[in-house]
Design a binder for this molecule. Structure first.
Ligand code: DAK
Length: 259
């Protein structure tokens, strides 16, 4: 597939998606969002097991929704745009593959919301996170008011959404938003290491673990535990689980087929 706002590189088992509008600090315009949706649809059906998302250039992961495109929007158009962006980010979160956000610079507004839809995040020491929408007289419209509190808790999320303040990578780490902070030059290599780690695990199990976590998160604990037991059962119907256990007993690396 050819994209004008995205760069896609495919490797053995994983792909790297670079959001590529460096002159606008990778701001999410409608073209980029539409290409992102097309990419997600094709990636979903691919054999790849992990996806790394990062931003081009040294300054930005994504500096937000494209402010210049928002100038003329009517309330109804804004609503439609919000639903479309939310759907796209939900599709990303729902991928059976693992999505690793490698946050190389600012992740603001819609860029922060995109990062929140990744499964986990690593960040460069140069990364900054913020929801500056209130400084534009707006609120986050791509899931930020909902996903952020689920990740860092109500008070930290309200602080960020109501002040528009930006936090640095070390604070993001302390809040549990990013799992690791790396030197800027080491970010990509570390993301690749993590993608390869994920690729070495049982692909069906990885997808099912992801499903159990996200689906269970919005349920009360008894229902969530029942869901886990159901999904646990399903892993015992896979060839991969036999291979994983046999490989352990035979003291060798497993050769998972994703079946
Ligand atoms: N949109 C469009 N262009 C942007 C941009 C953005 N969000 N951020 C930066 N750029 C452009 C700049 O205009 C500039 O373009 P030229 O002037 O060179 O043509 C170029 O990128 C470089 O930016 P700067 O010159 O400003 O670079 P600096 O290093 O000086 O500053 C910065 C970096 C990140 C601090 C600064 O660019 C900045 O404050 N950017 C804006 C950050 C921001 O407020 N982002 C928007 C957050 S609000 C909605 C759904 C979602 C949302 C809203 C509504 N609906 C459904 C309706 C979400 C909203 C947001 O994301």
């Amino acid at each position: 597939m050819n994209f004008s706002t995205l760069l896609v590189e495919e490797f053995d088992g994983y792909s790297v998606l670079t959001l590529n509008r460096p002159n606008a600090l990778n701001a999410l315009n409608q073209k980029l969002l539409s290409e992102l949706k097309d990419f997600i649809l094709s990636f979903k059906d691919s054999k790849q097991r992990a996806l790394i998302i990062t931003g081009s250039g040294e300054k930005a992961f994504v500096a937000g929704a494209d402010i210049k495109e928002m100038q003329e929007l009517t309330p109804d158009q804004a609503h439609e745009m919000s639903l479309n962006g939310q759907e796209t980010f939900q599709m990303l979160q729902d991928l059976p593959q693992v999505v690793i956000g490698a946050v190389n610079g600012v992740a603001l507004g819609g860029g922060f919301e995109l990062a929140l839809a990744c499964d986990f995040l690593i960040a460069s020491e140069k990364a900054k996170f913020g929801l500056p929408e209130v400084s534009l007289g707006l609120i986050p419209g791509y899931g930020g008011t909902q996903r952020l509190s689920r990740v860092i808790g109500l008070k930290n999320a309200t602080y960020l959404a109501l002040t528009g303040d930006m936090i640095k990578a070390d604070k993001a780490y302390n809040l549990g938003l990013v799992t690791e902070v790396c030197e800027p030059s080491g970010l990509n290599d570390r993301a690749v290491e993590l993608a390869k780690l994920v690729c070495s695990r049982g692909p069906v199990a990885v997808g099912l673990a992801k499903q159990a976590i996200y689906e269970g998160y919005s349920k009360a604990l008894p229902e969530a535990l029942a869901l886990e037991a159901d999904i646990f059962r399903r892993t015992f119907a896979t060839k991969d689980h036999q291979e994983g256990i046999t490989a352990f007993i035979e003291k060798r690396a497993p050769n998972f087929k994703g079946e």
